[in-house]
Design a protein around this ligand. Sequence first.
Ligand code: A4P
Ligand code: MG
Length: 163
Amino acid sequence: MHIAYLSAGSNLGDRRHNLKSALKRMDGAGTVRATSSLFETEPVGLRDQPWFLNLAFELATGLPAEGLLRFCQTTEVRLGRIRTFRNAPRTVDLDLLFFDDDVINEPDLTVPHPRMGQRRFVLVPLAEIAPGLRHPVSKLTIREMLQRCEDPSEVRPYDWADG
Ligand code: A4P
Ligand code: MG
């Protein structure tokens, strides 16, 4: 059994519903053992787009890392097709942050996720469920990574019940 940490984001359609559906579908890859609360986050990178809802979760899985990535990609496609049209942006983005203590550098998979240290929308939720988890390369904990993160973008709590 492996322990993986993932980040989920949505900025299109019914964002809460999309994330709830994604979490439910991840049960097909293993057991979701912890889920952070929900955050509304300012877009990073391409800024001219709607704000995201983001969360992080811990998954116990029997799948290998590549298999988990493929499961995530299938889940993204399935959920994206429910409400959108051809060429529309995806409704759910699932990123693999950590997979045990593995360091993976394949053409289609980099673990730990290479951009997580520069992203408060990843680190704030992750710090809720795994503050003491250590990055296998830098050896920093998530709490320490968050303290050092210089991303100025806004990350604010969002209630599952909010409109
Ligand atoms: N890939 C490699 N490593 C990984 C990994 N550890 N996890 C490859 C997931 N995928 C990984 O990803 C592109 C390729 O990355 C895949 O083919 C996979 O083999 P994608 O999910 O298809 O495309 P993307 O997500 O649009 O592109 P990219 O560059 O991965 O974007 P990011 O880094 O995921 O950023 N702002 C806020 N506030 N909240 C967000 O959630 N998300 C993004 C997307 C930008 N800004 C955001 C948010
Ligand atoms: Mg992605």
